[in-house]
Structures are given as structure tokens and as C-alpha cells.
Design a protein around this ligand. Structure first.
Ligand code: FAD
Ligand code: SF4
Length: 508
């Protein structure tokens, strides 16, 4: 008998194991309490993973497959303990696993095989559109990896949104310029974002909620307010809901942040994509169909397609290309610890506080909240990369190492020195006050530049150049800002640096 080990983030509808296994083979699932305790993972993420795994295994049992399932309550510590018990009991000839999505997991497989005395065979992943090898071949010896170039390459390869001459549909590879509506535009349009379909809780989910509450009540979130799909059928319902109700407005309002509107027109499909309940192909195909049926405009459809075959595939490619060295990078030599309030809504900055509150309650923030509010805050405060990475991994339901490392270390913190970001994503209050309604409820004033009433983003932005001018003076995308900083008067520079110093003294 061979054992096909289905990892918790690989619950694919067409998992290669389903094709390869014979009736004599066994499907193996392991819930590892010790793995879930590495960090303080959000309770909703743990409920999602365990409930989705149990439902997936149950469907296999109902299809008359042999399933060996180690649940939390079986008292097993780590993967090795569980595998050892399984091997002693079942004596498999080999264990077969699809390429793990995380580098750490992939690197322990040879050690597990050695310790168990059983061969572990790795079969290619079918969870992404671009294989690790193909990304490596594309990257070649490029010093800068550009998402836009990779995206165009993939659009052509996959024949997506091309006209009969092979040119981009609508005459452009990207319609981002059309997708810049502000919080004020949202208000004026008097739109209401559609609520996500409610998910009825099964007995399986209810049981997992009790177990997560029992074991991990100190982790962010509350298991009892869990809100996400856990099965393939429910995931397809959310995809259909997104395509029909949100995609038409997705592009226009994708950067807007409205207090109280948790998901706006975003899909909230990343938690499902990242554990395999949905595939990138079917999400892209559904968006393309909406365009063909004239149910969604090109700017929205292209914008969404770019997130999936552009950003998502690119981030995964960068991760496998750069690991393991990537995880230790700290180009800006940032050393500040995180502020004590970082897990609560007690931040003095209203925008930061609202985003943290939302992440604590739901395990979800959309991209701009993660990047331009929280990320902006972390990089401008000079927070230490490993601590920031751990925080992000703990707060989100869709957080996995492959996606967090490049997004946090590369995109947010510029810790990789610009391996793929052409400049740091930093901004003063102007961007946040234009794209959100957070400033109205804030103790600080976005129009004031220094002093106790000033928005901290304003002086922290220039303080960043006070510290890092040398590193960016030859970067053509940002050297104008270096020059502007250098031209400021001595008095102005002193006011900026004094405001930053007092902000850190009073708020850490
Ligand atoms: P939508 O706005 O509906 O976007 C569509 C889809 O595109 C997403 O579902 C996602 O699958 C994909 N996507 C878009 N951008 C990215 C990206 N940069 N990296 C990977 N996929 C992308 N995404 C995760 O899936 N897991 C994470 O842990 C994660 N951490 C992030 C941390 C930071 C600091 C930043 C800046 C971004 C992070 N992202 C992460 C990317 C992005 O913010 C989320 O994918 C998105 O917010 C998920 O919500 P959604 O499904 O409603 O997205
Ligand atoms: Fe955030 Fe500054 Fe606006 Fe306050 S004033 S909400 S800190 S951008």
C-alpha cells in the first residue's frame, strides 16, 4: 500500500493523488497541533484549515476511498510523531506528497523519510499556473524581476485577453489608470458593496471551532465568529457571487478603504485559493466569461486577471527562486521592535487602528490596507523584518510562507533591496486621506506636517529620507524625493526629525 499525504493547503479538486491512487492506497491527513503553535495564528485561519481538511477527507470516505486521518484530539505533537504512528500501524511501501507550498515543509521531507525509514516521493505541484522551473527559466540572469514583464509573458503564453493579432485586448496590458477611484467617488456614487453569502455551519466546523477555542484562545480573533467557506461547493458559491456582484466594480474601487466596509468589491477568495479549494484557472476563466458576456468592464476584468496570473504567480515564483536566503534579508537595517499595541485597536493612528481592528475580527484586510496603511507604517517606523513578517502571518486567514515572504519583505519593507519592487511603497497622509475615510475620525490632522497634531505619516515619510537618502539617490523612481529632502532648510529638517523622535518615544 502507498500513502498519498494530502497537505492541509493542498485540498485541490483535481489533486494528482486522486488520479494516481489505486483502491489499495490510502489518503493520509495530519493535523499537527505543534505546527499550529509555531506562531499565534489567527483563530479563523486554524478553523478554516482544519474544517476544510476534515470535509475534504469526509468526501473521500464517502467516495469509498481509504482515509487515515490524525485529528488534533489524537494527541499527536508534530508531523514526525503522526507519520511514525501511521507507518508502524499501516506499513506503507512509500509516502507520496505533492510539492509542498512552503520551503520549510519541503526541506524537512528528506529528514522525515530518513527518520521513518520509508521513501517519500514528491510529485509536481498542480496548484499554480507557472511551475517553479518555468519561473526560474524566465528569471534567468535578470537583476530586477518585474511583475509587469512576467504578466505580459504569461498573458501571451496562456492566450488571455489577446486580440486576433496577439495584441492586448483594448490596446493596453493594464488599465490601472482607469482604476483609481477615491473614497469620495465611492461616497458620491452612493454605492453599497454586496454582502458576502452567509455560510451555514456544519457539525464538523462547529466541532473545530470548539477545539480551536480550547487550544488557541490566546491567538488573534475569535473562533466563534468564523465566517468563511470550508468546502469546494461553498467556495464555488463565493466565486460565483464575486463574479456576479463585485467584479463589475472591482477595478474602479480596488484601492478604496471605507471604515465599516470590510471587503468592498474584493473577492475574499485568497483564503480558498491558497488551500486549493479554488484554482487560479477557474477564477480567471470565470472573470473572462463575465467580460465575454458583457457583465463586467474590461478594466475590472483585466485588473482581476492581473492579480491572479500577474501578482499571485509572480510572488510564488520569486519565493521559490530566492529562498532560503530571502528570509534573512534586511537591506534597510531596520531594528525597531513592534509597538506594544500592534495586536489591538489601540494604535493612536486611526487608519492603523481601524485596519488592525478589522484584521483581528475577521483575519482579513484588502491589499491597500495591508500595503499602504499597515505596511507604510511598518517601513516608515523602521520595524525589524522578522517581527513584521511574524505579525502579518499571525493576523491573516490567507497567510502562508510563500506569499508572505515576498509581500512583506519585498513589497512592504524593501528588505530585499528591490529584487522586484522598483521603489519602496511609502506615502505621507495625502494618499490615505484621498483613498479612505479614516482621517475624519483621527486625533491627528493630515494637513499638518510636524508637531504633536501632525499626521505621523507626514514627518515619518521625510524622516525615512533623512535615514536612507544614500541608498536611494540613484533610484530614478524616487531620487526626486531625495533631492527634495536635501533641499529642505536645516530648521525644517530638525522639526521633522524631532517630531519622529517624539512619536517613537511616546508611542512605543
Ligand atoms: P482581491 O483583491 O479580490 O484580489 C484577487 C486575488 O489576487 C487575491 O485573491 C489573491 O489570490 C491574488 N493576489 C493579488 N495580489 C497578490 C499578491 N501581492 N500576492 C499574492 N496574491 C495576490 N495574499 C495572500 O493570498 N496571502 C497573504 O498572506 C498575503 N499577504 C500579504 C501581505 C502584504 C503585506 C501585502 C501587501 C499583500 C499580501 N497579500 C497576500 C496579497 C493581497 O493583499 C491578498 O491576496 C488580497 O488582499 C486577498 O484578498 P482578496 O482575495 O479579496 O483579493
Ligand atoms: Fe492615518 Fe494620518 Fe489620516 Fe490619522 S491623519 S487616519 S494617522 S493618515
Amino acid at each position: 500500500m502507498r500513502a498519498f499525504w494530502i497537505l492541509g493547503d493542498q485540498l485541490l479538486p483535481q489533486h494528482p493523488a486522486l488520479r494516481q491512487a489505486t483502491p489499495q492506497d490510502t489518503f493520509l491527513f495530519i493535523e499537527s497541533a505543534s505546527r499550529s503553535s509555531h506562531l499565534r495564528y489567527h483563530q479563523h485561519k486554524l478553523v478554516l484549515l482544519y474544517s476544510a481538511m476534515r470535509h475534504y477527507a469526509e468526501e473521500l470516505r464517502q467516495a469509498q476511498k481509504q482515509v487515515w486521518y490524525h485529528q488534533l484530539e489524537d494527541g499527536i505533537g508534530d508531523y514526525f510523531d503522526a507519520l511514525e504512528r501511521f507507518c508502524k500501524n499501516q506499513k506503507p511501501s512509500s509516502i507520496i506528497v505533492m510539492e509542498p507550498n512552503e520551503w520549510g515543509m519541503q526541506s524537512i521531507l528528506p529528514h522525515l523519510a530518513k527518520g521513518l525509514g520509508v521513501a517519500i516521493e514528491i510529485i509536481p505541484s498542480e496548484q499554480f499556473l507557472v511551475t517553479r522551473g518555468d519561473f526560474k527559466a524566465w528569471a534567468g540572469s535578470k537583476t530586477n524581476l518585474l511583475m509587469a514583464t512576467h504578466y505580459q509573458f504569461q498573458r501571451k503564453r496562456l492566450n488571455i485577453l489577446l486580440d486576433e493579432k496577439g495584441k492586448p485586448e483594448g490596446g493596453s496590458w493594464s488599465f490601472d489608470e482607469d482604476n483609481r477611484k477615491t473614497a469620495n467617488d465611492f461616497k458620491k456614487a452612493k454605492l453599497t458593496a454586496p454582502p458576502l453569502p452567509a455560510i451555514a455551519r456544519s457539525a464538523i466546523t462547529q466541532k473545530v471551532i470548539s477545539q480551536v477555542t480550547k487550544h488557541w484562545s490566546s491567538h488573534p480573533g475569535q473562533a466563534s465568529t468564523f465566517w468563511l467557506p470550508v468546502t469546494r461547493r461553498e467556495s464555488l458559491q463565493w466565486l460565483a457571487h464575486f463574479i456576479e456582484n463585485s467584479l463589475p466594480h472591482f477595478g474602479a474601487y480596488e484601492d478604496v478603504m471605507i471604515d465599516g466596509e470590510k471587503t468592498l468589491y474584493h473577492s475574499v477568495l485568497s483564503p480558498l485559493l491558497n488551500i486549493g479549494l479554488l484554482t487560479p484557472q477557474e477564477c480567471v476563466e470565470a472573470a473572462l466569461k463575465a467580460y465575454q458576456d458583457k457583465k463586467a468592464p474590461l478594466a475590472s476584468v483585466e485588473g482581476y486577471v492581473r492579480q491572479i496570473i500577474g501578482w499571485r504567480e509572480f510572488i510564488n515564483g520569486v519565493y521559490w527562486l530566492e529562498m532560503p536566503e530571502y528570509q534573512d534579508l534586511n537591506f534597510l537595517k531596520a531594528t525597531r521592535s513592534l509597538p506594544a499595541w500592534i495586536y489591538s485597536a489601540k494604535s493612536p493612528l486611526n487608519c492603523v487602528s481601524r485596519c488592525i481592528q478589522q484584521a483581528s475580527e475577521t483575519g482579513y484586510n484588502h491589499h491597500i490596507q495591508r500595503l499602504m496603511v499597515l505596511g507604510n507604517f511598518f517601513i516608515l517606523s523602521g520595524c525589524e523584518p522578522k517581527a513584521v513578517l511574524a505579525w502579518y502571518k499571525e493576523m491573516y486567514v490567507d497567510a502562508y510562507d510563500w506569499v508572505m515572504q515576498p509581500n512583506v519583505l519585498g513589497m512592504v519593507l524593501y528588505a530585499d533591496g528591490g529584487r522586484f519592487a522598483t521603489k519602496p511603497y511609502i506615502a505621507g497622509s495625502g494618499y490615505i486621506s484621498r483613498m479612505s475615510n479614516y482621517c475624519a475620525g483621527c486625533q491627528y490632522k493630515p494637513a499638518i506636517k510636524t508637531g504633536p497634531q501632525a499626521c505621523p505619516f507626514n514627518y515619518l515619510y521625510w524622516n525615512f529620507f533623512a535615514q536612507h537618502s544614500e541608498k536611494f539617490k540613484n533610484n530614478h523612481r524616487i531620487n526626486m524625493m531625495v533631492k527634495t529632502w536635501e533641499k529642505k532648510s536645516v530648521v525644517e529638517k530638525e522639526e521633522i526629525q524631532a517630531s519622529a523622535k517624539s512619536f517613537f518615544q511616546n508611542n512605543w
